[in-house]
Design a protein around this ligand. Sequence first.
Ligand SMILES: [Zn+2]
Length: 361
Amino acid sequence: MLKEKIVKIKQEALGAVEKAKNVEEILQLEIQFLGRKSDFVGILRQLKDVSAEEKREVGQLANSVKVEIQTLLEEKKKSLTSTFDAQAEKIDVTIPALKMRQGHLHPLTKIQNEIEDIFTSMGFEIADGPEVEDEFHNFDALNMPKDHPARDMQDTFWLKPQSDIAKTPTNAANKQHDTNKNTDARILLRTHTSNVQIRYMEKHQPPFRIIAPGRIYRNEAGDSTHEHTFHQFEALVVGDEINVGNFKFIAQEFFSKFFKKEIQIRIRPSFFPFTEPSFEFDISCTVCDGKGCSACKQAGWLEIGGAGMVNQNVFVAAGYPSGKYQGFAWGFGMERLAMMKYKIDDIRHFHSGDLRFIKQF
Ligand SMILES: [Zn+2]
């Protein structure tokens, strides 16, 4: 009798475990079939009333059934737990992907690359020079001697003279290696990229055509069109028979390619110490093509920069014989060009580091 009851319990238990859907049900079944108040334990209690032989037989059967049920419960529990995990890790291919953030070039770098591409396609070489410059290459050699009023046109960041720096204890020890240098030469942050003209000509002979893009510094208060640090772009073409017509052609080619439309050039007389004659040049308005609009204040023209035929004094300072060569030089602010191209209204955006601005390009 007891044996049959045990076999019946076993069958019930196997069926119930098989149907269990979660871990909680398994725990319930464990209590139901093997707990202290279960039928199974009740049968074991009845063993005391049976014969020794039956006790042994039923005892062995009960033991194996108990182990069987326990094993089954364990396995079912494991399978339910691992199924649960697998579901949690399942990849839902319908969820929209996270967008990867990608870096990109700064608008000024883009403009500079574009300018360089256009000029190199016209056979120009790209030249570079120091941003910390001496007085000679920034001013004197460009026909701006110390007492020249034109120096007042460019407010300058002067740096501590090298002789002052040499007085500090760490530098004094190194000074003996330095005795040939003129430590009293005044140094500054270059106020224009024109220093590259001199440095290039000191090492090269005409004919040549170069551009010199780079960062420059002016000691002045900032507003929406002025910054103490900005970028200039310089072009210099020198040869035997270079004239203003060459300048006008190159400028027209460049701006037409840059703005991807036909651009006219207009030049007006002006003054710069390093050029003679000097002129300001305008381009036809990129918005209205010269008809007149608010961007050009109805003039049809936009002021772009300065240019001129290289002053012979500059050639002489760079080591060329006077009167032998002719050339033109011109420069303009890269920020201004970027502002025109991208319709930006404040120069201070460029160095603000504000991602809301930079991400638009
Ligand atoms: Zn216009």
